[in-house]
Design a protein around this ligand. Sequence first.
Ligand code: IMP
Ligand code: MG
Length: 177
Amino acid sequence: MNSQPEPQLLFNRQEIEAAVKKLANEISEDYQGKNPILIGILKGSFVFMADLVRLLNFPLEVDFIRLSSYGRGKESSGEVTVVQEISTQIKGRDVLVIEDIVDTGRSVAFLMDYLKKKKPASLKLCALTDKPSRRQVPVTINYLGFTVPDRFLVGYGLDWDEKFRNLPDICTLGDNE
Ligand code: IMP
Ligand code: MG
């Protein structure tokens, strides 16, 4: 019972709200008059995406994709596969991928490549957080909320072993200094 690590505050809900608003403004400007499909990467992006879409003032559709994940630990296995496919035809459509965090970059690099093969009209990436110190594969993030230090993050959708997704703030787990 006592072995669960204690989350430490990194960004509070007001800071997150301000960052999401700023992203929504940028995205709204770029997608005026378009009808994009926003593809959320499950499960981590669900809280961010729910907040983001409600601030977007143009017609859009949402879909989700699930990639193979970290499993129980904090380290990526390195190999990425699609566990749950999108349910929309994206050929010729404007596609915006929504991600919670870009870490090594492997998941998102794989996904952008994977989606590109389906021939969307445009393909961009919006990430709530970016941990550039951990990057192993180059990734272009078109819309970014926060650059974060090399710490394990939880809350606002982000999990550790499926826990803490429901925290309203973004926290560090505080055991990897
Ligand atoms: P990447 O492929 O190494 O960039 O990892 C991407 C995925 O790993 C993210 O979508 C998250 O689900 C997970 N991940 C990476 N870093 C963290 C973190 O600090 N907290 C929670 N999940 C993370
Ligand atoms: Mg994720």
